[in-house]
Design a protein around this ligand. Sequence first.
Ligand code: ADP
Ligand code: MG
Length: 732
Amino acid sequence: MTAHLRQEAIRSISASDTRSKTDRTSALTSSDRLPDTFGLYVFDDAVQRDRLPTDIYIALRRVIESGARLEESIAGEVARAMKDWAIGHGATHYTHWFQPMTGSTAEKHDSFLEPTGSGQAILKFSSSQLVQGEPDASSFPSGGLRATFEARGYTAWDPTSPAFVRKGPGGGTLTIPTAFCSWRGEALDKKTPLLRSCEAVSKSATRILNLIGETDVKRVMAQAGCEQEYFLVDREFYKLRPDLIACNRTVFGAAPYKGQEFDDHYFGNISPRVLEFMQDLERELWLLGVPVKTRHNEVAPSQFELAPIYQGISVSVDQNMLTMEVMREVAARHGMAALLHEKPFAGLNGSGKHLNYSVATDTGRNLFEPGKTPHKNLSFILFLTAFIRGCDKHQDILRASIASAGNDHRLGANEAPPAILSVFLGAQLEGVVKALIEGTVTTEQGVETVRLGVDALPNLPKDVSDRNRTSPMAFTGNKFEFRALGSAQSAAYPATFLNLILAESLDYLSDKIERLGGFTEANAQTVVSACLRQHGRILFSGDNYTDDWAKEAQERGLLNRPTTPEALQDWAMSSNVDLFEKYGVFSRSEAESRFHVQNETYANKIKVEARACLDIADTLVLPASSLHQLRSADSAEKVKGLLGEEAVASQLEGLSEFTQRVSSARKASVALRSAMEELDGRDLGEGESATAYCEKVVPLMAHLREAVDLLEISVDDDLWPLPKYREMLFVL
Ligand code: ADP
Ligand code: MG
């Protein structure tokens, strides 16, 4: 029986806790100076300037900043400098680091070592090794893009995301961010479409700015900061929860006595053990050039958040992937497990990722920043209008971009934010939108006409006081915060689609203004006003968690797709494919492949969870319950002689109730198993399969969970094999 392992884990955790307290001071007084360590392992601008000949440096910056073509001769010089620099930091290997459609990152390491033929070896890294790699692509999902007979894919250096050295126990690895494509040039990754969407939004944004007279603007950059939520549990507990190991979430677990009802964890004092972890994590991320800035406790017990300073969106997405990886590693070093799943513990707050998004010109102006002059306000209003229209018109793809089995636990349930997309502006900005729609504004002086580009906007304070934490898309002063992302997911698709919907709507506005005869303030105002009137239904400032909102949203005609298979249904429909193709983000086959991969991933996740449910129920929970039954029967027998009939009757009554619970759990397990067997035998397409698992298996897992959680609160504590919520969540 494994129940004793749980007790041992608790003993060992408290022992190591006392031990580490004695070492704690050293960690806290470590005197590394942040400015010296920040970006130390990154081949960044400063290193490039320092190590490259000036002409090569200038050429490389041109490639990075304006997407110019990379010449072979430049690549050769860069490769040499990069290798020398990396070896100086202890690198023995290099890897092309990429983001296949799985949602995680992938890497294959190659040594710099090259035999010379005379028994000697040199360290070599050529331009072609920097620029292009050829991992065998056959085992990555391609969603039909690649037949196995043409298994090759290639990785291509993305010079816009800096290379870095990752230190391992026996040396470092020069890690080169790359895009990953099939041999025919189709994107097999999440980065390529994101880079393409950055181009699209730059083009459309520059177009409209030039149209309204800002001809000095040549490029526009999307920028983002990803806030990351996560849970920590002690590794001893983690190792005893097969569900955490296989699924990153607990498939069973009765509610703890105390959950988050006192709101005492949010922004609470950070425990020394967790603080040590956070400091170590931050130090490591700083070395890798990730500008982590904020840390705090989140709403649920043992839940935390980390946020970096925003950067160019593709670097930010890369760094978020890196952050998640480093977080898992550092947690392991500290005897903990970092849980990035959206819902590791039922009944408690789930974890999200907030994608803070804005666009800025190459002249350094944030276009979502309400301006101080009427003209700046004009561009702000145009970008705001385009964003609102984009969110309304493309609710389906934005919803699809955040769909995952894990996120269904948050979006579909009564937890923030809901599956319904809406945009929160804050009272003042809503007032501005209303005035723009009506063409008039009521002030102390009476009703006045609004003249866009002529009048100043009311002063919009940066810190919007009535910030709405329930909104999936909130305007927060000078950026939009897309709050519906799952904590475990890559931010690449949401980022791609935000760029895309903004690009498309900016072009829509430009077209309309041009059709009215070109830019005048009056024409801009006419277009903005009509557009806001048409798409204003997406604006909502109330509580997004209520049933009333779901009803109202339905009346407004907004989409509500609580599950992943529903959310994915429009991903590759023809109007969306037209949109993707028009902006060069996905080809038809690339879009279709992603639809397949997303559905397949969903079905696989549910399969694994169902297997974990069955295994844990049948091999851990039910055996422990049988022991409990035997023990109860035995003790009923024993009390007979001692306490008499009444006591025996009461014991037997308890036993018979318990036996019913066991039998419900057993039945629930049998039902789940037969549903799985039934689905296993069917030959379904990816979409149908995802739907079948969602409709048939998910409810049966929930049913089994209910039954098992009832057993947990009835079985003698010393017989229960799995660490309990009350233990896992409150020991750090
Ligand atoms: P919050 O109130 O949500 O904590 P913060 O000001 O702390 O807001 O910012 C949260 C995230 O938003 C951080 O990653 C921050 O760098 C990022 N951020 C701030 N300004 C911008 C911007 N203009 N564009 C994109 N992200 C931004
Ligand atoms: Mg935030």
